[in-house]
Design a protein around this ligand. Structure first.
Ligand code: GLU
Length: 285
């Protein structure tokens, strides 16, 4: 049964891949890991070569900006973080575009806020832009528009953002690359008896409780709870979702080969699921 579900991954056509800040940086220095970025780009270009539609959701803007102007981690004011995001987003894109260019792959930048989804006209325009870019064979590179996002209009973390993107463009697969192998019954870093869960068919209370513990990174924003929120959005909108370890990003083609890596959440399209309502509700909870 599991094997059949996994083999179906090979046929996925529209794929959103999210990578977090901690996966893109050297832990010792916080500088970008170019080798990892290069391998990631090669994996994505290879998916394009198989005729698949590919979207990359990448974090790292704030972290990259902080490095550029030597601002230390810690409790920086919002304006400083937003300035860092402005600096870092451009640097991040420059690095990606340089590497993608080696494979002759055109990319585009899309920066979103909560308003992109909540406002009907914005959402319509964003969906059309994605559709056109994918038709042109371009890989859209997405991040939150941290430079302008305030609490009222922010999505807040890129796990959720990537699931929102997957729902918006009717993707059939979302891969969240993280610093953990997938979902465990408890935090495997503190509980040696924590069990790994390879497949989740239904996101019930029992599963949601397993998301209460955090992942190990101090760089990104997403813990396991944001990944489970992402899983709810993605599966209800009709996409499978996989949480997988970004330590070796070649895991992407292994997953696409139908091999058993990470935790797979199977799609359950819910016709009563409205992305706009869900996003609108997010800050009211
Ligand atoms: N948008 C943020 C950035 O690029 C990261 C958000 C997250 O890590 O989830 O720095």
């Amino acid at each position: 049964m599991n094997q059949q579900i996994r083999e179906a991954i090979r046929d996925k056509q529209r794929i959103v891949i999210k990578i977090g800040s901690s996966s893109l940086q050297h832990p010792e220095t916080g500088d970008l890991d170019y080798i990892k970025m290069e391998v990631l780009v090669r994996e994505l270009c290879n998916l394009r070569n198989q005729g698949k539609d590919v979207v990359l959701v990448t974090s790292g803007a704030i972290a990259c900006g902080k490095k550029a102007v030597q601002i230390k981690d810690g409790d920086n004011p919002i304006a400083v973080k937003q300035a860092c995001a402005a600096i870092g987003q451009a640097r991040l894109m420059m690095t990606y575009q340089k590497i993608f260019a080696e494979y002759n792959q055109v990319t585009a930048q899309i920066l979103m806020t909560r308003n992109t989804i909540v406002d009907n006209l914005n959402r319509f325009n964003a969906a059309n832009t994605f559709t056109e870019l994918l038709k042109l064979g371009v890989i859209p590179i997405v991040n939150e528009n941290d430079t302008v996002a305030t609490y009222e209009i922010e999505i807040g973390d890129n796990d959720t953002l990537s699931a929102i993107v997957a729902a918006l463009i009717h993707a059939d697969l979302l891969i969240l690359l993280s610093d953990i192998d997938g979902l465990y019954t408890d935090n495997p870093r503190t509980n040696p008896n924590a069990q790994f869960i390879p497949v989740v068919q239904e996101i019930d209370e029992h599963i949601l409780c397993m998301g209460k513990h955090e992942t190990g990174s101090s760089v990104g924003t997403g813990g396991m709870d944001t990944k489970l929120t992402a899983a709810k959005i993605a599966t209800a909108s009709g996409a499978d979702m996989i949480i997988a370890n970004s330590e070796d990003v070649r895991i992407i083609h292994r997953i696409m080969d139908g091999r058993e890596y990470g935790t797979l959440f199977t799609a359950h399209k819910d016709d009563d699921f409205y992305l706009t309502d869900f996003v609108e509700q997010m800050h009211n909870d």
